[in-house]
Design a protein around this ligand. Sequence first.
Ligand SMILES: C[S@@+](CC[C@H](N)C(=O)[O-])C[C@H]1O[C@@H](n2cnc3c(N)ncnc32)[C@H](O)[C@@H]1O
Ligand code: SF4
Length: 326
Amino acid sequence: MATDLRVSLTDRCNLRCTYCMPAEGLDWLPSPTLLTDDEVIRLIGVAVIQLGVTEVRFTGGEPLLRRGLPGIVRAVAALEPRPSTMLTTNGVGLARLAGTLAEAGLDRVNVSLDTIDPARFQTLTRRDRHADVLAGLAASAEAGLVPVKMNAVLLRGVNDDEAVPLLRFALDRGYELRFIEQMPLDAGHTWRREEMVTGEEILARLRESFDLRPDPVLRGGAPAETWLVEGHTAVGGGPARVGVIASVSRPFCGACDRTRLTADGSVRSCLFSQEETDLRGAMRGGATDGELADLWRKAMWAKPAGHGIDDPTFLQPARPMSAIGG
Ligand SMILES: C[S@@+](CC[C@H](N)C(=O)[O-])C[C@H]1O[C@@H](n2cnc3c(N)ncnc32)[C@H](O)[C@@H]1O
Ligand code: SF4
């Protein structure tokens, strides 16, 4: 069974990254279908206590938009055995919330930032919030949510010249940067394989300015392949690292240990599954924790062997990334 659970807390967002959402937003999930805070906490409890999940990551949409987030984090951090708790966020609003979340029991954050240029940020996200994200990153480090990780997606002709500047930015501040290959998960279905900036290409760019050595630490189920950046030190000592998540060009499906819960209570065994299993209906119909755990296990047996993006028959899932939980 998977040990890494990603929970989408909302499908809504306050940014409109072009590779993720259309300018006008999406048809948001109707509120009666959204799990309540208590329901989210109960299902995470089932995953941790009955299914052996050890790592819970809150995502979305933008998870900071979920008002009950600190309470959810607090309840999850109080589970026995305590899972590690993480948040993937666009960082807008994090300056205000980082301290509260750390105090509630959040262990770490991944902040998405694709550019160090405020004007470009506005083009990419259709919102003028670059300064808020920088403040959110700094506040996370201050609150002890370390190592602060940064996620960046490079788009051809938009920010593909920023591999090196983004890494410099991260190294200077002690953040650990990961590049993510763009995946066919955008609501607008605009992804083109030929246009994707590959992990190989990103590494080649980085190697022009940095000396990268393979990371001796084993990757396990982690999606990022990491490199040590010669001559740079991480916050707290040890070598600085940079990661590349080459989900498309170097899939890691065989080692994937993830399970996903959508904001409306469905389990997905893969970002790219065409199928999902509804737990909300069963839970609201009176299912016991044991019955919910059985449903969840069965959903995971159907985990596909691989995402098959390179297969001519590949079909993009009906839900976009923001609704599945990235
Ligand atoms: C869907 S977002 C949800 C959490 C939060 N709103 C954020 O942006 O971090 C999670 C991550 O997925 C990435 N992402 C979104 N659409 C993507 C795509 N089509 N391909 C690759 N990564 C994508 C984002 O850059 C972000 O790092
Ligand atoms: S990537 Fe994250 S921040 Fe950007 S639109 Fe999607 S959900 Fe929002």
